[in-house]
Design a protein around this ligand. Structure first.
Ligand code: MG
Length: 219
């Protein structure tokens, strides 16, 4: 008897490519700053003074997108093998749901084709971060409509909205989740009230742990 194949979705930045560590290096070299990855305690970079406001932080990121450094961005540790393993469990196509704007689409797809040439994937752009660029749905809506069994994310705010739609979210540990981490771990360990959307969020330390979790529910 064939096992049911899973519908698996993934966020893109800091789940597949190691975007923020790489951006930090770029910013330090271009602007002479001494930012450290472990100090990126907010997902919203302008709150840390990287750009004076959101439009300026976005402009900095667009500058990074246009740079040669962007094209050489490494993957998150474990992601190369991890994506291949998820693809083998999935129903044939991985669903990538990103809040990157459509103007970043060419390089977004380019990395997937280069690093995962034999892995079918579809890239969906949400409007959670950028308004009015052709993407009209939130990540949560897209994940729900795709009927995903699992979604891998690194931003807690997005994870919470997706979990409210009863999609199981695996949240990777990053400095910007740090202040909520022990609470999330405890909540997850308690396995209490199943109606609590936060119980649909499983905090994971690494790609290895997220694979173990998905495979554990699969076998
Ligand atoms: Mg991300």
């Amino acid at each position: 008897m064939n096992k049911k194949k899973l519908k698996i979705g993934l966020d893109y930045d800091d789940v597949i490519p190691d975007t923020i560590p790489s951006f930090v290096n770029f910013h330090n070299q271009r602007y002479g700053t001494r930012l450290r990855f472990e100090d990126i305690k907010s997902y919203w970079l302008w709150e840390l003074g990287i750009g004076k406001d959101k439009p300026e932080a976005m402009r900095l990121f667009q500058e990074y997108y246009a740079s040669p450094e962007f094209d050489e961005m490494p993957l998150v540790p474990g992601a190369q093998q991890g994506v291949l393993e998820l693809a083998s469990l999935s129903d044939g196509c991985l669903e990538i749901v990103t809040s990157r704007p459509l103007m970043f689409r060419v390089k977004t797809i380019g990395l997937l084709r280069t690093r995962f040439p034999a892995t079918p994937s579809t890239v969906h752009h949400s409007n959670d971060f950028h308004d009015g660029e052709g993407a009209s749905f939130s990540k949560a809506t897209i994940c729900q409509e795709l009927g995903l069994d699992y979604f891998v994310e690194d931003c807690l705010a997005y994870a919470e909205t997706i979990a409210q739609r009863r999609v199981n979210v695996l949240l990777l540990r990053k400095p910007w989740n740090e202040r909520d981490w022990s609470r999330l771990r405890k909540l997850n360990g308690d396995n209490q009230n199943q109606n609590n959307p936060q119980n649909h969020i499983t905090p994971v330390e690494s790609w290895q742990e997220l694979l173990e979790h998905i495979k554990g529910g699969y076998e």
